[in-house]
Design a protein around this ligand. Structure first.
Ligand SMILES: C[S@@+](CC[C@H](N)C(=O)[O-])C[C@H]1O[C@@H](n2cnc3c(N)ncnc32)[C@H](O)[C@@H]1O
Length: 217
């Protein structure tokens, strides 16, 4: 919560306090519950999530039949849209966000598709053995690069979950030099390219693919 207030102007903050927000993605009307007063950053939909959903809708990344995991999902909008576009999705965040995530999945995924979504606790860098190494086709993250103290654990998490065929999509608003520093850290083991920029909301989408580890000589 602490890191949030300085980086948005006051008018934008007011919409964060609404108890719900509506969207239309993947031919579905979505109604996401927010709970800023209790949960802070994890309980409001950030612009990066909206832009990542718009990007997923463009269809440049095939989601149908793919296995995806969302990190730092907050309200779960991105994971929900990925599931509606045909992926099997594991939607993750820290423990306090779980209840709201389950409510939003229950309210926005049709009953016959509920089986395609799992909500699960994942604090970056912790208990990674509970998630299959290199086990996902797609890793999604919206506005998750913002706490410098979490960067090494976030990178370890991406490295654990990725194979060299996994596509990582990170939607970011670059606020500080340290955010660029994370991208530089990521480039040490991933090939990173910007695949989309939305000027109105100032959100960049980066695609990262883990480089094949060199065979031992
Ligand atoms: C700015 S919010 C973005 C939420 C959502 N992805 C969106 O764009 O609307 C950052 C999210 O990262 C999560 N987060 C922060 N540190 C984390 C950590 N160490 N492990 C897992 N999630 C974390 C927060 O709980 C929060 O949901």
């Amino acid at each position: 919560m602490m890191a949030l207030v300085p980086y948005e102007p006051i008018p934008a903050l007011s919409k964060l306090h609404d108890s719900s927000v509506k969207f239309h993605f993947a031919n579905h009307h979505l109604h996401l519950t927010q709970d800023w007063s209790r949960l802070g950053v994890a309980a409001v939909v950030w612009d990066a999530a909206v832009v990542l959903c718009m990007y997923l809708e463009l269809g440049q990344i095939e989601l149908r039949g793919k296995g995806a995991i969302e990190l730092g999902a907050g309200t779960g909008l991105v994971g929900i849209v990925a599931a509606l576009l045909g992926a099997k999705v594991t939607i993750t965040d820290r423990e306090p966000a779980m209840e709201l995530l389950r409510v939003n999945v229950r309210d926005n995924i049709p009953p016959e598709q509920q089986g395609a979504v799992v909500v699960s606790e994942l604090t970056w860098g912790e208990g990674l053995e509970r998630y299959p190494a290199g086990g996902y086709d797609i890793i999604l993250g919206a506005d998750i690069v913002y706490l410098v103290e979490t960067f090494p654990a976030l990178l370890r998490t991406l490295e654990h979950l990725s194979s060299d065929r996994t596509v990582v999509l990170l939607a970011c608003r670059i606020r500080y030099d340290r955010d660029v520093a994370f991208l530089d850290m990521l480039r040490q083991s991933f090939t990173v390219e910007e695949v989309h920029y939305e000027a109105q909301r100032d959100i960049h989408i980066y695609k990262a693919v883990k480089r094949q580890s060199k065979p031992e000589l």
